[in-house]
Design a protein around this ligand. Structure first.
Ligand code: 13P
Ligand code: SF4
Length: 301
């Protein structure tokens, strides 16, 4: 392990590379990362880094976002097959129909989306900035795609706008069932419940706090509760234990994102050695897709 980490460090210097990792990847992968964060943090940070090569440890939409925002840089992914199934959940014909039929409409896509969907949208959001970005859009009507749970949460926070939601969702987060949460609440009656907005509405209704992965981490640190029930992917457990060593964390359903776990230290070494798995964007939607991300950065600031 130490030899492997040493080799990655040497290759990073040699190739002028920086490693970014999402909270959900394996903890040993995070030990090699220069920066760890949520999808918004990683996308924003990538525009501020001096290195010529960025290794993105996460799922493919994250690598594509980094490439769209930094077209002159080399973006490598340890495993190009690490996709987010929700990113594919949309219907272009439906989007075109709504654009034709609904006046004063903005198509708002979650960053967990394909390049094609970003290219058909007016703005992109992440769970960390969705409420602020949607509020900042001038249109009164919002078509939110693909995540209906995040969309529903945003709709509650922004009652002055009308929402149409596409019915996509994340199988990891929707796998957390009310029965799992109720059991955890019986076991830890004084615990605070912190949830990611990709969870089902019935889970969100039982939560004390709803926010992105970094929002959950921040709230866990600030909370006076010593026991916390966390409704999201289990990858943030190590981070939570590091920042709050005296608190107890319970994960109803113990959900794991298989795609995020495809990233390994060996694969990082491999792409750094040979420059393989480079994100190349040749799609006709590139310009508009990049514009949706740039608008997000502008409105979220
Ligand atoms: P964050 O934006 O909170 O990092 O979440 C990304 C994600 O894929 C959650 O499932
Ligand atoms: Fe996609 Fe869900 Fe995995 Fe996040 S946790 S990357 S939304 S499948």
């Amino acid at each position: 392990m130490n030899q492997l980490l040493g080799e990655i460090e040497r290759l990073k210097q040699e190739k002028d590379a920086v490693i970014l990792a999402h909270y959900y990847v394996e903890d040993r992968v995070k030990t090699a990362a220069d920066y760890v964060g949520d999808s918004y943090y990683l996308a924003r940070l990538a525009t501020e880094l001096p290195q010529r090569t960025i290794v993105l440890c996460g799922v493919t939409f994250m690598g594509e976002s980094v490439k769209l925002l930094n077209p002159d840089k080399t973006v490598l992914m340890p495993d190009l097959s690490a996709g987010c199934p929700m990113a594919e959940m949309y219907d272009l014909a439906e989007i075109r129909r709504l654009k034709g039929e609904v006046a004063d409409l903005a198509v708002v896509c979650y960053v967990n989306s394909t390049l094609e969907l970003k290219g058909q949208s007016d703005v992109c959001v992440t769970s960390a900035n969705a409420v602020k970005v949607v509020r900042g859009m001038p249109q009164r009507n919002i078509y939110f795609v693909p995540d209906e749970n995040l969309g529903g949460f945003v709709a509650q926070q922004v009652p002055e706008k009308q929402f149409i939601l596409h019915n996509g969702s994340c199988c990891v987060h929707t796998g957390i069932r009310t029965a799992d949460l109720e059991q955890a609440r019986r076991d830890y009656p004084n615990a605070e419940v912190l949830s990611h907005p990709e969870c089902r509405p019935e889970i969100l209704a039982l939560s004390d706090y709803i926010g992105s992965t970094s929002g959950i981490l921040k709230r866990a640190g600030e909370s006076t509760a010593s026991e916390l029930i966390i409704c999201t992917e289990m990858g943030i457990l190590d981070e939570l234990k590091r920042s709050c060593p005296d608190k107890t964390f319970v994960f109803p359903g113990e959900r794991v994102c298989a795609s995020m776990k495809k990233v390994t230290l060996e694969k990082i070494r491999e792409v750094l050695r040979g420059g393989s798995n480079e994100i190349r964007i040749t799609d006709g939607n590139t310009e508009q897709a990049a514009a949706t991300l740039e608008r997000m950065l502008l409105l979220a600031n």
